[in-house]
Design a protein around this ligand. Structure first.
Ligand SMILES: [Zn+2]
Length: 324
């Protein structure tokens, strides 16, 4: 491409970054000057948003260019202080070009509560987001903060930053931004469903069906490499174990299987997917919530009796002083 072509291309990207900024602001995902956006122009050049400018009112020449270490190369304004977070994501993931960080209220509520994002509730989430991680809290701004996402960055494009907000990544600006929109809409629906008093889940088999659609759509998912047969896709998480001390446990959106595990065996398994070449026969999943008798067809819902029973047992054991 000619130099002129590159310049034109960069100008279009600047306009697109301002447009994404307007959407972030209009959706209420970033109050005042919150939030930041980045796009990898080349191996060592990143276009990014400036500090102390509202994302809803940026102009193309407000944007900055930095190198992969965060050093400012050009731009009349100073780069955002959160760029180390973006650059850390990009370095961990050569396949991504764009990163969006902001504070969308519904998803940030989950980040504040450190409530893991439940699965097997909405099919689009399984396909377009996959697993969502929560990274531990750290004071924003420095490399220590940026490094909090490292254990999760390779396995997901969507991370909740505990007590802070969200970070999403993608192959272009819109792809990265859409994941922010999707996670916030999902969290909003979860909170609304919870207010109605009941959250139903579809089965592991249905979740596996959704995962199998992803290669055809060009969307990678680390769980596909684990084999999907007999896999506890709904009750467990890639991020539940193995990332050190910080392991957020569900308090509000508890899959019935986890309740059963907690009360029956006192332990929970990591993802039980095993071989890469899964056998053709599909065995019945263990400890699966029974299909409901409420005429919902293939949609499993929690066994309400079992739920009530296990909660009652937990309360009783806590009252009698034997609880954990
Ligand atoms: Zn922030």
């Amino acid at each position: 491409m000619s130099t002129n072509g590159n310049v034109m291309n960069e100008w279009k990207l600047r306009e697109q970054m301002c447009e994404i900024g307007r959407r972030i602001y209009a959706k209420g995902f970033a109050a005042a000057n919150d939030g930041n956006i980045s796009y990898r122009l080349s191996e060592d050049r990143v276009l990014c948003t400036p500090t102390r400018v509202s994302k809803g009112f940026m102009k193309p020449d407000d944007l900055c260019i930095i190198d992969l270490e965060g050093k400012q190369i050009s731009g009349k304004r100073k780069r955002s202080s959160e760029m180390l977070l973006h650059l850390t994501y990009m370095k961990a993931r050569p396949d991504i070009r764009s990163v969006v960080h902001c504070h969308p209220p519904h998803a940030t509520a989950f980040a504040v509560a450190k409530e893991p994002i439940p699965k097997c509730v909405l099919p689009e989430i399984e396909v377009f987001l996959g697993e969502v991680a929560i990274s531990p809290y750290e004071t924003p701004g420095g490399q220590k903060f940026a490094d909090t996402i490292l254990p999760y960055a390779k396995d997901t494009d969507t991370i909740l930053l505990a007590n802070h907000g969200t970070i999403t990544s993608g192959i272009d600006l819109e792809d990265a931004y859409f994941k922010t929109e999707i996670i916030d809409a999902y969290c909003r629906i979860l909170l609304l469903a919870k207010q109605l008093g009941r959250v139903n889940y579809y089965s592991d088999e249905k979740a596996a069906e959704l995962l199998r659609l992803k290669p055809g759509l060009g969307i990678p998912d680390p769980r596909l490499g684990l084999g999907l047969e007999n896999c506890d896709l709904c009750g467990n998480s890639l991020f539940r174990e193995g990332y050190g001390d910080f392991s957020p446990e569900p308090r509000v959106f508890i899959h019935p299987k986890l309740l059963n595990q907690a009360t029956q065996s006192g332990e929970s398994n990591a993802c039980s997917c095993h071989s890469h070449d899964a056998p053709a026969a599909v065995a019945a999943p263990k400890a699966q919530a029974q299909p409901s008798s409420n005429g919902n067809g293939g949609v499993s819902s929690p066994d309400v009796d079992a739920l009530v029973r296990s909660i009652t047992e937990q309360v009783m054991s806590a009252l009698s002083g034997t609880g954990k």
